[in-house]
Design a protein around this ligand. Structure first.
Ligand code: NAD
Length: 419
């Protein structure tokens, strides 16, 4: 398999893309040097009592990449393979995403090296509460606001909010987003990233003279992002022909019943073994002939080794960093229309922004209003990126980076320090 620095080091991949954008925009070195580093990096090693009475030491991170445009914002990942560089890359992507969405946030990310699938709820709760207390040096409603990511969910956000509030002595819902609605979560947040993917897919089909109605779709990952994207795309008339998760995939050329698949996945813990469908590997799913491919699992899935086999006309990057820079070039050369992660999956951070505003104002909005506002912000962002890509005769990823870097450089310049 072809390996490269970009594939093995996700932070270097983002920085190389930022540097290439700075070259293109003639950005002074002082700015690129700042964007090439994370502003604050906290590593924590902390004990958690396990159910069998033993004590394990876990390692976690909280990283703030750049807060020039506002408080840092970014999810928390629980995954056995998460690294410091991956967390740095995800924090940098959050800075870029907030700039593409044009919302007043900087970028952050947190992570704990653990396997939530092998832990009980009580172990996860103790881990989350201790991790929250360790990173409470950095997080807060005005400084750094976590949200769910791979391996975390609204319940984890509730434990973070509770632990943080206990230390302060009063309820502070705005410290996290993606909370359950009963403690200040926002309507529409759970599905927001998947909804943003659906909106992106809809806008992208117009560029390929297709329509969502009848379009064939393959989705990798059936968690928060993948399942919501599949459900909403099916509702728009797409035929979801394949879906996968970490255990494998399921395929039916006539289309899968997504509601029934959601129930099957809830009951069995996987999409594998779904009645009336064929088994399929993740590798096969990525190479499936279809109109739209939605990678919505983990990073580094489409690489130089398999990019040429991708037959989808459109890729909507629900996951963060699913495509390596080399693969990105191959897809571009092959005419695949790629909606990059820093545009395709901003639905989550946009509705997180709405949740934070609702928490600060203690005034809650109806779901219809939230979905309308999301639709408007996503459409604005997509249109701005598309216009730059057409004017500059470049791909959507390069155009999205150009918008983000321009906005960040402008903010840094207005705030001073730089010549
Ligand atoms: P999740 O934990 O809810 O679901 C992840 C899914 O991916 C699961 O179905 C899991 O089985 C599958 N998966 C894990 N490893 C896999 C592998 N090696 N091969 C195939 N499938 C695998 O996570 P999520 O919140 O849906 O996040 C998915 C991706 O979307 C991540 O890259 C995350 O950073 C990104 N993202 C999430 C949000 C959000 O709001 N949750 C926002 C923006 C981007």
């Amino acid at each position: 398999m072809t390996m490269s620095t970009e594939t093995t080091n996700p932070f270097k991949a983002v920085v190389s893309q930022i540097n290439a954008t700075c070259d293109r925009l003639n950005v002074k070195d002082a700015y690129r040097l700042r964007l090439g580093k994370c502003e604050r990096e906290l590593i924590v090693n902390f004990p958690v009592k396990m159910d069998d009475g033993t004590v394990k030491i876990f390692t976690g991170f909280r990283i703030q990449h750049n807060d020039t445009r506002g408080p840092s914002k970014g999810g928390i990942r629980y995954h056995p393979d998460v690294t410091l560089d991956e967390t740095r890359a995800l924090a940098a992507r959050m800075t870029l995403k907030a700039a593409v969405a044009n919302i007043p946030y900087g970028g952050a990310k947190g992570a704990v090296i653990c396997n939530p699938e092998l832990m009980s709820q009580t172990e996860l709760e103790r881990l989350t509460r201790r991790y929250t207390s360790e990173i409470s040096l950095l997080i807060g409603p005005e400084s750094d606001i976590p949200a769910p990511d791979l391996g975390t969910n609204p319940q984890v956000m509730a434990w973070i909010m509770d632990t943080y509030s206990m230390a302060k002595g009063y309820s502070i819902p705005a410290v996290v987003t993606g909370k359950p609605i009963d403690i200040g979560g926002s309507k529409g947040r759970f599905e927001a990233t998947g909804r943003g993917c659906m909106i992106s897919a809809n806008l992208a089909t117009k560029q390929k003279h297709l329509s969502l109605k009848g379009a064939t779709v393959a989705v990798q990952g059936f968690g928060n992002v993948g399942s919501a994207a599949a459900k909403l795309l099916a509702r728009e008339g797409c035929r979801i022909i394949a879906v996968s998760d970490v255990k494998g995939g399921t395929y039916n050329s006539k289309g899968l019943d997504i509601e029934a698949l959601l129930n099957h996945s809830k009951e069995t813990g996987s999409v594998v073994g779904f009645k009336g469908a064929e088994a399929m590997t993740n590798a096969e799913l990525l190479a499936l002939p279809c109109d739209i491919l939605v990678p919505a699992a983990i990073g580094g899935q489409i690489t130089a080794a398999n990019a040429a086999q991708v037959k989808a006309k459109i890729i909507v990057e629900g996951a963060n960093g699913p495509t390596t820079p080399e693969a990105s070039k191959i897809l571009c050369d092959n005419g695949v229309f790629v909606v990059p992660d820093i545009l395709a999956n901003i639905g989550g951070v946009i509705v997180s922004y709405f949740e934070w505003i609702q928490n600060i104002e203690s005034f809650f909005w109806e779901e219809e209003e939230i979905n309308d506002k999301l639709q408007r912000l996503m459409t604005n962002a997509f249109t701005e990126v598309l216009e730059i890509s057409q004017a500059e005769k470049t791909d959507m990823r390069t155009a999205a980076y150009m918008i983000a870097v321009r906005r960040l450089v402008s903010a840094m310049s207005i705030r001073g320090i730089y010549p």
